[in-house]
Design a protein around this ligand. Structure first.
Ligand code: 5MM
Length: 336
């Protein structure tokens, strides 16, 4: 077992998942302003420190993805954020892409940037305590999209990013996110997501990435958010499993889904169905941002001094997701 494989397994095993707290300042500002809190470095730190010191970190969270600002922040107790996270047993990680920009020659689509100077930035993050990283490619669905150009260029970037990360002894999370926006059916999502993931692995293999030392972070197979089609959690899980079974090489140790705009309960229920029906050898868990933090952020914004109330809300969500990662969740547990 390689060192990278060990790290990946440590992050994902025993029902643990990943807390995606890597919102860039732009996204975090939108989230904070939506609950009428000023987006200052102090407030961003206060919310995140509250989550990272919660009791559920120990049993539920295997890794936390940070943003550049956060990994460099020092808490009120004088500890760095990676130290606070490592003390709970979770592994600190870092988002290393610099965002999705307009794709030249297909300007309605996006290409994720951040390869320039990446090798040097990775060394700095390793020294700060990061042992895994994240890079997100984004793809939209329409009649024409994602184009071959977007599929190819994002896969190429994900592969080049992964080689540099492994060279620096960290585990790359490979996140190709096919967005939920649109009125497409789940079958269209299935076919476009399959194309995207297959191309990613074609490039990862070409670039000689050690597949046993990565984590895949894909979307689930869902109907578009404006679609009239409504499919059950059971159907979502079967389509998602079929897509991943057909597109992901067996060496990959685990898959950690993004929530992508699903409600907290939808993301939990769907992950639970996926695990109940899991007929693959992949660990199937969560790497949620909104589906772990939304309710906690609302409670925190009511009174940022009431740390217990925020932590209780976050603990509940983390516990529900961890049960779902083992196929042991049920809706009755939400009200206990
Ligand atoms: C936490 O949100 C991340 C967004 O970062 P940007 O601010 O750079 O857009 C995002 O990559 C996130 O890690 C994944 O999309 C998963 O989050 P959700 O909310 O979809 O579970």
């Amino acid at each position: 077992m390689s060192e990278l494989n060990k790290i990946a397994i440590q992050i994902l095993s025993s029902g643990k998942g990943i807390l995606a707290a890597d919102e860039s300042n732009g996204t975090m500002t939108k989230r904070l302003e939506a609950v009428s809190v000023k987006s200052s470095p102090e407030n961003r730190l206060a919310f995140r420190e509250t989550l990272f010191s919660s009791e559920s970190m120990k049993d539920c969270i295997g890794g936390v993805i940070l943003y550049d600002e956060t990994i460099n922040q020092i808490t009120s107790s004088g500890k760095s954020i990676p130290e606070v996270i490592a003390k709970t047993g979770a592994i600190p990680g870092i988002k290393v892409d610099t965002g999705a920009k307009e794709l030249a020659n297909s300007t309605e689509e996006k290409i994720t940037e951040g390869l320039d100077g990446l090798r040097e930035r990775l060394k700095k993050y390793y020294a700060l305590g990061a042992r895994f990283t994240k890079w997100r490619g984004v793809y939209s669905i329409s009649d024409k999209f994602p184009s071959k150009l977007a599929i190819h260029s994002n896969a190429h970037a994900l592969a080049r990013y992964s080689t540099l990360v492994q060279e620096c002894n960290m585990v790359p999370i490979v996140e190709p996110e096919v967005l939920m926006d649109g009125s497409h059916t789940a079958d269209i999502c299935f076919s476009k997501t399959s194309d995207v993931i297959k191309k990613c692995f074609e490039e990862l293999i070409l670039h000689k990435v050690d597949l046993s030392g990565i984590i895949l972070k894909p979307n689930m197979i869902l109907s578009g958010s404006q679609s009239k089609e409504k499919i059950s959690s059971e159907e979502i899980s079967l389509k998602t499993l079929k897509c991943l079974k057909n597109s992901v090489p067996s060496e990959v140790p685990g898959i950690a889904f993004l929530s992508g705009g699903q409600s907290e309960i939808e993301a939990t229920e769907n992950l639970n169905s996926i695990n109940k029906n899991n007929n693959t050898n992949f660990i199937m868990t969560y790497s949620y941002g909104r589906a772990l933090q939304q309710s906690a952020l609302k409670i925190w914004s009511n009174n940022i001094k009431d740390i217990d109330a925020t932590q209780n809300t976050f603990n509940h969500r983390a516990k529900m997701c961890t049960l779902a990662a083992q196929g042991k969740w049920s809706s009755e547990l939400e009200n206990k």
